[in-house]
Design a protein around this ligand. Structure first.
Ligand code: GTP
Ligand code: MG
Ligand code: ZN
Length: 289
């Protein structure tokens, strides 16, 4: 049995990278019967059936450490939450939602990437560092001017990273800077082409250097978190980590209760904006129940 990793799936054929080669493998019927879908990013065991033409069969899928559904990709090391400094203006609510999702999905590392930095208003970096810098890495890039790209590249080394964020912020443009050969479609044309075919769009691990992959994804404009229970939301705010279970009431919601250690630290170690985002999302989740 050979070991490898699925880098993409096309019409039931899985491309498996192993020892510097890529094998095209079909999946065994047992996966379909068990309701298991081989997924880009999966670590697999496979048998080589035709070494010359690099064909084989996919036999085993190893346990996943995490999985994202949109784009569908497994075993992600890092999510790069990409926004533009302007055009489109930054949507902090969407960022806060995505940060919750990343925690809920068990994605170990999150980078907040602010692209189009040459368009940033005065003071934007400092503001964002103040809100998010305590728990997240931030990087400011310009795909247009090729700035900050090397710094981002260094942060991605040795990992599988998924670029996510609204449409038009420059995700594909950044990936083109990181690896010019990838030649991603960018701009309005790409969005017009993509719009009609979201379902067939394939998710692909793009190798940028040895042992380093990135995944591009189509932009999104909203993110509902209705599958999260209101009382679980607190675990998905990294800023709260040191204080959870230390409030007077074991079931403290951190909203109106007295002697709430979270509230006591707002404006100190917990930025006011992050606490406000928590309250807003908490109330939203409550109203959905
Ligand atoms: N001013 C400026 N424009 C940029 C920059 N990076 C990308 N753009 C432009 O922004 C537009 C959108 O870029 P894309 O890379 O297609 O954006 P995307 O995030 O991949 O968008 P979707 O694929 O729709 O989700 C294009 O016209 C790019 O040329 C930048 O750093 N500065
Ligand atoms: Mg794109
Ligand atoms: Zn509390």
């Amino acid at each position: 049995m050979n070991k490898g990793r699925i880098i993409k799936g096309v019409g039931g054929i899985y491309h498996i990278a192993s020892d510097g080669s890529v094998y095209e493998c079909s999946a065994r019927g047992k996966f379909r019967k068990a309701g298991i879908t081989p997924t880009t990013g999966d670590y697999v065991g496979f048998t080589i059936l035709d070494g010359e033409n690099k064909k084989g069969s996919l036999d085993i899928i190893e346990k996943r450490k995490n999985i994202l559904i949109r784009p569908r990709v497994a075993n992600i090391d890092c999510a790069v939450m990409t926004f533009a400094a302007a055009s489109p203006d930054m949507n902090r609510d969407l960022l806060d939602r995505f940060l919750v999702l990343a925690e809920e999905r068990n994605i170990p590392e999150v980078i907040i990437c602010i692209n189009k930095r040459e368009l940033a208003r005065e003071g934007l970096y400092e503001e964002l560092e103040g809100i998010y810098g305590g728990c997240y890495s931030l990087v400011f890039t310009s795909a247009e001017e090729n700035k900050g790209i090397d710094e981002l590249k260094a942060m991605l080394r040795g990992k599988v990273s998924v670029f996510a964020g609204p449409s038009g912020v420059g995700k594909s443009s950044i990936i083109n800077r990181i690896i010019p050969e990838s030649n991603r479609q960018t701009g309005e044309i790409s969005r017009k082409i993509e719009r009609g075919r979201h379902t067939t769009r394939q998710v692909e691990l793009i190798e940028t250097e040895d042992n380093t992959y990135v995944v591009d994804s189509p932009g999104f404009t909203s993110l509902t978190l209705e599958f999260i229970k209101p009382e679980e939301l607190q675990y998905y705010f990294r800023e709260f980590k040191d204080y959870i279970d230390k409030c007077r009431f074991a079931d403290c919601a951190h909203i109106h209760e007295p002697d709430c250690v979270i509230k006591e630290n707002v404006g100190k170690t917990i930025p006011q904006e992050r606490y406000d985002a928590f309250v807003y999302l908490y109330n939203e989740l409550r109203s959905l129940r």
